[in-house]
Design a protein around this ligand. Structure first.
Ligand code: ME8
Length: 640
């Protein structure tokens, strides 16, 4: 049963250039939310589109000797190709050059006019051509440059039609006060409230003498100002002019997702226009942060951008979507870096989730003829895993409802890491060796059931991978799904046959190698000189005091992304070890593990933290595996 409707929109993109990954960020976040809401039982309507009636678009078309509409057609085709590549599941795509929008726009203008809110007057002020907006002097820099485009604003005077925004000042403040959820996050609400309190000026809603744009209904010599026109897309896209039943169902919008640079138009102009025309206000506006590249806002004109199509071709849509949603808290700015992307991908997707899936399917495939085994009685750590899955479901839903995508994913990964640890604890390979098929089946069933949870949790962000995980597990990837099905543990169809098992997230090569320090370089130079492999005597080997240690705690070292600090029990005492393993293991998965240490190595300080020993690990290019004893054995046991 539907929980009701959820109407969500993105900003509509200008058509003067094709979008970069910064624009895509907004679409990916809104798509994640739309997919989440659908899985959570809502009747979702997700609208996006293009803002075509702008002078910038007309200018860009003329520069190419093109008719503006033909130029927009080309850009729109390109934009839609990008959204397809990124798996954006919008229900409609509205272009402001469409007839349904023109009619809506003119009707709302007419209503505001009849309400006495549109009048003819003269305006002068600092105008930014790129924003198509006036700014107060204190909003520009000392050289009167716009802070968004860093281009000079010009002093401009025009005789136009104006909208009586000032009339709505008190009603707007009252609405924001009564509905604290209306503008999110809070920092944006505070900015808007102080802007309104500083005094609202009426704004111009028409341009004289232009050809490109929607004519004003009261004066054919004027076209409607692009911002007045653009925000109206949110009502024309849900049937205001052509489908009253749809409009009745979906309006008001539940959420407008927009960038922090355009909150004023959405939290002041738009609600005032709706008040004037007698339509209900949207329930919420969320102003997200900007995606930067090397500390600068992405901008095609300045050549600082990531091309979304190229990124998808290189890495696939899901990993890019995951990175954007996991790496930066929604609402804050974030800096895209390919290096961070690779680390995030390898740690979370290849190591944690991919490894869990692969280990489980390989073991279950080998021992149960590629089929889902039967569950068994709850034993050992089973209940802890089951309880965590249920707790994760509750937390995940709460966080996703609050648009805290990054934290929601972090809670899912805590569950994934716990499941990997569960495999280590229950050691199914040993159960197989011992012929304990009943317990082996039960353990693998629990892992598979956990993967059913994980696949649904990640679906809003990584729809293709979620379907692939289900396919490999023998579930129908297209079967109806909802978070309701996670309310009960143990829903897997026993005996279902696995699909073809292959890595969903193959590891990526780390392109930037960590810089070797000078001592490493000397050693490798010496090795290169000598052709013979170095031989040692048994006595040489005996100089090493190698012991089994048990990891008691593990934590990251602040300011580094490679080092972990471990407390290790070596029987007679506890040692603190600093190891460069953070990109291969999370602290959680190390606690409780048995490792091998050289305990008579002279202590050394690494990044100011004392390391009293060294753990053994196998290193193959960018792959690293910690060496561990095959049987459970007492900490402190000597290796010989
Ligand atoms: O502003 N990081 O269109 P637009 C994150 N047509 N978001 C970014 C971004 C970045 N680097 N760059 C742009 C317009 N955006 C108007 C909207 S709505 C009725 C009219 C976001 O093509 C930007 O904040 O300049 C906005 O929300 C959206 O992309 C479209 O930007």
């Amino acid at each position: 049963m539907s929980k009701g409707k959820f109407y969500v929109t993105t900003a509509i993109l200008y058509t003067n250039a094709v979008p970069h990954l910064g624009h895509s960020y907004e679409l990916v976040a809104t798509d994640t939310l739309a997919r989440y809401k659908r899985l959570n039982g809502y009747d979702v309507f997700f609208l996006t589109g293009t803002d075509e009636n702008s002078l910038n678009t007309e200018r860009a078309a003329r520069e190419r000797n093109m008719d503006p509409l033909a130029y927009c057609d080309e850009i729109v085709a390109h934009i839609q190709e990008i959204w397809k590549a990124l798996n954006i599941s919008n229900d409609d795509f509205l272009r402001t050059t469409e007839e349904r929008h023109k009619r809506t726009c003119q009707e709302l203008y007419r209503r505001a006019y009849e309400n006495g809110d549109i009048y003819k007057g003269t305006y002068e002020g600092w105008y930014c051509d790129s924003c198509e907006a006036y700014y107060n002097e204190d909003e520009l820099d000392a050289e009167h440059r716009c802070k968004i485009h860093e281009s000079p604003a010009r002093w401009f005077q025009e005789e136009n039609y104006f909208f009586a925004l000032s009339k709505y000042q008190d009603r707007l403040l009252e609405h924001i006060e009564k509905h604290p959820e209306f503008i999110q996050p809070e920092i944006r609400r505070n900015e808007i409230v102080s802007f309104i309190k500083s005094g609202l000026r009426d704004f111009s809603v028409s341009r004289a003498g232009g050809q490109w744009g929607i004519p004003t209904p009261n004066d054919p010599d004027h076209t409607i100002y692009v911002w007045f026109d653009a925000v109206i897309n949110y009502v024309s896209g849900v049937g205001f002019a052509d489908d009253p039943a749809k409009f009745e169902r979906y309006w008001p919008a539940d959420l407008h997702v927009i960038g922090k640079d355009i909150t004023r138009f959405h939290c002041i102009y738009w609600p005032a226009m709706l008040m004037s025309t007698g339509l209900p206000l949207p329930k919420q506006v969320f102003g997200h942060g900007w995606l930067h590249l090397k500390g600068q806002k992405m901008s095609k004109s300045r050549g600082i951008y990531v091309d979304p199509i190229a990124a998808v071709k290189e890495y696939g849509a899901d990993p890019i979507r995951y990175y954007l949603m996991r790496e930066f808290p929604f609402g804050s700015d974030g800096d895209f870096s390919e290096e961070n992307f690779t680390h995030r991908y390898n740690a979370d997707l290849a190591n944690d989730l991919g490894n869990l899936l692969n280990r489980t399917l390989t073991l279950a495939g080998r021992n149960f003829d590629q089929k889902i085994p039967a569950p068994g009685p709850v034993e050992g750590p089973d209940q802890e895993l089951i309880d965590l899955a249920e707790a994760t479901r509750c937390q995940y839903i709460e966080l996703m409802d609050a648009y805290a995508f990054s934290t929601a994913l972090e809670t899912v990964w805590q569950l994934v890491r716990r499941a990997n640890k569960y495999i280590d604890e229950t050691a199914p390979w040993r159960l197989a060796q011992e012929g304990n098929r009943e317990r082996l089946g039960a353990v693998l069933y629990n892992c598979l059931e956990m993967l059913r949870f994980a696949a649904l949790f990640v679906e809003p962000v990584m729809p293709e991978s979620a379907a692939e995980i289900r396919r490999q597990m023998g579930l129908d990837p297209d079967a109806e799904r909802s978070f309701e099905t996670l309310k009960q543990w143990g829903q897997l169809p026993v005996g279902a046959s696995f699909g073809e098992v292959k890595p969903v997230f193959p590891r990526l090569k780390v392109t930037k190698k960590p810089a070797a320090d000078s001592t490493d370089q000397k050693a490798s130079a010496q090795q290169k000189k000598s052709k013979q492999p170095l031989q040692i005597t048994l006595d040489d080997f005996r100089k090493l005091d190698l012991r089994v240690g048990e990891v008691l705690s593990a934590e990251s070292i602040e300011g580094t992304d490679k080092l972990l600090k471990l407390k290790v029990d070596i029987g007679s005492e506890q040692r603190q070890i600093v190891a460069g393993i953070a990109q291969h293991y999370s602290p959680e998965e190390l606690v409780g593990q048995k490792i091998i240490l050289i305990v008579n190595l002279a202590p050394a300080k690494i990044r100011g933290v004392e390391s009293q020993g060294m753990l053994l690990a196998a290193v193959d290019q960018d792959e690293l595996a910690i060496v561990t004893p095959l049987k459970d054995i007492r900490p402190g046991t000597k290796i010989s």
